[in-house]
Design a protein around this ligand. Structure first.
Ligand SMILES: Nc1ncnc2c1ncn2[C@@H]1O[C@H](COP(=O)(O)OP(=O)(O)OP(=O)(O)O)[C@@H](O)[C@H]1O
Ligand SMILES: [Mg+2]
Length: 607
């Protein structure tokens, strides 16, 4: 398995794997890429040609200065100067065309990959998301896509052109001026690249530490801000600020080391360039003095060197960044490599709620029965949560699950919804094992009003409509009516358009629950699950909601989890759970007659 965040160990070589990973996404626009490459070659030919024009200008001027009498020669440099300007312009124009053409390719690739990762994250199991800091996750994605952008920009716009230019220049130097010029140029470039890579490797540690500190201080800040209310309840602002500052100071330290190592890298590079330039100019000056070269040649060589080292000066930075980008991209693809723990079996069919040969029955009659068949489950192997639970919910029945906090009631719901797979036993809906049908089909048939509803930071209307995005306004309003939300909404100045705040925090617990109920009504599923659906309501609203729930649940199969027993006395069957096991079951009267746990709970709540 891939590490989920920055690997701690040093990576000694560039990881080309990541490059291979994004390659398929680039080939969507083959023609564009071909054109961009053509422009790239034009640009480089033009820029290698430029010093030659410069040389001709200098040589002509030089000849002019010797022979001031000859006025005919003055026209020639003007033409050359104009050519110089034209070539300069064409370099820029071709480079711009190349950038424009290639930018599109990169952006499309980023879009494709971004979407793929997003979809994949939604396909991963709940466990992954519970174990992962959302802040860190979004930064991983952010860094990954920025990495792709960077990699593409610098591969295409810097590395490849520079290599092309080096080959052309060294060849020209060799052919025109002999082996020594080529040797000095090539060896200085190789030294430069080798030093850059070596020094960059050495400082990778600091870069990584800085990245890590950056990520964790960010996660810390987001977590703290998400818990705004909790921070206030305990007046822990100072504590939070201190913890954040501790993270920031780690980041600061890491950055200082990072900067110092950068200084060493840049200094070394500058030294190599200075030595190389001096050597080349000394060689050239020598030749000019000996009369083997013209002044123009001297200028040409100087221009070549400047032109070569300018992008190379960038190369150290680019190498670093590309390496970082590759690591970030790999990280991003690492997310894609994560396999969900809960997966559809090969060839999973849709859950069918219509009995065979019974297709004439109306939708309302497609009732579902649920069987929990001797299931066991643990979030962590060391601590079993559900120990051998078996019970049935017959089609159209209302079954309640009660029991003390932590006994595993909500866990049962998560298992039914297949957020997790059971460790042994099976949950069956209409005789179909839910682990064998597609998750999509399973979930469309189940409506859940969860214990704690989280809402999108959007309008009330949109939050309700989320239950069925294709529902009409009338349908949404009807669901709102049924969930007894209309009165509350009418009291809001902005009515249905009221934005509920992040995670729905601007609504009261009871209001949020009613939004959740309205959503579920709109979803209109065959199986309804209420996990403490009325726990945040006062007795008056509770009664109203219960009436609504009963209306909706009529002729549907429902599973109701409740603390307040008065809300479930009409259930067909009541399951009493304790520590992951069923201790009693029966209807209200039977359980009272048992005089066991249920009857104790009942008496406690009555008094
Ligand atoms: N994702 C998880 N990872 C590990 N343990 C978990 C996880 N979710 C729940 N648990 C544990 O499983 C046990 C059962 O939790 P569950 O939410 O099912 O209880 P519950 O019966 O619904 O309680 P309540 O009435 O308070 O809602 C609890 O002890 C809880 O700490
Ligand atoms: Mg619960």
């Amino acid at each position: 398995m891939r590490p989920s965040s920055y690997p701690e160990q040093e990576v000694s070589t560039i990881n080309w794997q990541a490059f291979k990973l994004i390659l398929p996404y680039l080939f969507e626009y083959k023609k564009r890429i071909a054109f961009a490459m053509l422009c790239l070659i034009f640009t480089k030919i033009a820029s290698v040609y430029l010093p030659f024009i410069l040389k001709d200008i200098v040589d002509t001027l030089d000849a002019n200065s010797i022979d001031k009498q000859s006025s005919a020669l003055i026209i020639v440099p003007l033409g050359l100067v104009a050519a110089y300007g034209m070539v300069r312009l064409s370099i820029v124009v071709f480079a711009e065309i190349r950038d424009t053409l290639f930018g599109r390719v990169t952006e499309r690739a980023i879009r494709r990959i971004g979407l793929k990762v997003f979809r994949h994250l939604h396909s991963l199991d709940l466990d992954f998301h519970l174990n992962r800091q959302t802040g860190g996750l979004s930064r991983d994605i952010d860094r990954g896509t920025t990495g792709i952008n960077f990699l593409m920009r610098f591969m295409v716009f810097n590395i490849v052109p520079t290599l092309l230019e080096i080959v052309m220049v060294v060849t020209i130097l060799f052919v025109k001026y002999g082996i020594w010029f080529a040797v000095v140029t090539l060896s200085s470039i190789i030294t430069y690249i080798a030093y850059s890579i070596f020094a960059t490797e050495l400082r990778t540690r600091y870069v990584r530490a800085a990245n890590k500190a950056d990520s964790s201080s960010n996660t810390r800040a987001i977590d703290s801000l998400l818990n705004y209310e909790t921070v206030k309840y305990f007046t822990n602002e100072e504590f939070e600020a201190k913890a954040y500052d501790e993270q920031l100071s780690t980041w600061e330290q890491a950055k200082i080391k990072n900067r110092l190592s950068l200084f060493a890298l840049n200094g070394g590079q500058a030294l190599i360039i200075a030595v190389a330039m001096t050597a080349m100019l000394a060689l050239a000056a020598n030749e000019v003095a000996a009369g083997a070269m013209t002044l123009g040649d001297f200028v040409l060589i100087n221009a070549f060197m400047m032109q070569l080292f300018m992008p190379l000066n960038f190369l150290g930075f680019v190498y670093r960044e590309i390496k970082g980008s590759l690591a970030n991209i790999e990280n991003l693809f690492g997310l894609l490599a994560k396999t969900p723990k809960v997966q559809d079996v090969a060839g999973a069919v849709a859950l069918s709620l219509t009995e065979q040969g019974d297709s004439t029955r109306s939708q309302m009659d497609n009732q579902a029965s649920i069987v929990f068949d001797n299931i066991r489950f643990a979030y962590n192997a060391k601590r079993p949560i559900i120990k051998s639970i078996s019970f049935n919910v017959n089609a159209g029945e209302k079954v309640a699950v009660v029991g003390q906090s932590g006994s595993g009631k909500s866990t049962l719901v998560k298992l039914l919804f297949r957020f997790y797979d059971v460790d042994s036993g099976a949950i069956k809906i209409n005789q179909q094992d839910i682990s064998q049908v597609s998750q999509q089909s399973l979930r469309t048939h189940i409506g859940i009003v969860p214990q704690d509803t989280v809402l999108f930071n959007d309008s009330l209307f949109n939050n309700v409509q989320y239950g069925c995005p294709t529902a009409s306004k009338e349908e949404v309003l009807k669901a709102i009516e049924l969930a007894h939300l209309s009165e509350f909404i009418a009291s809001l100045p902005e009515g249905l358009e009221t934005v509920v705040g992040e995670r729905g925090l601007k609504l009261s617990g009871g209001e949020k629950q009613r939004v959740a109920i309205a959503r579920t009504i709109l979803k209109n599923p065959q199986i309804l699950v209420f996990d403490e659906a009325t726990s945040s309501l006062d007795s008056h609203s509770e009664q109203a909601i219960l009436t609504a729930i009963n209306e909706v649940a009529k002729s549907r199969t429902s599973l109701v989890i409740a603390h307040r027993l008065s809300t479930i006395i009409d259930s067909d069957n009541i399951i009493v759970m304790s520590h992951g096991e069923i201790v009693e079951q029966g209807n209200h009267q039977q359980l009272l007659a048992l005089e066991g746990q249920y009857s104790k709970m009942w008496q406690l709540q009555q008094s």
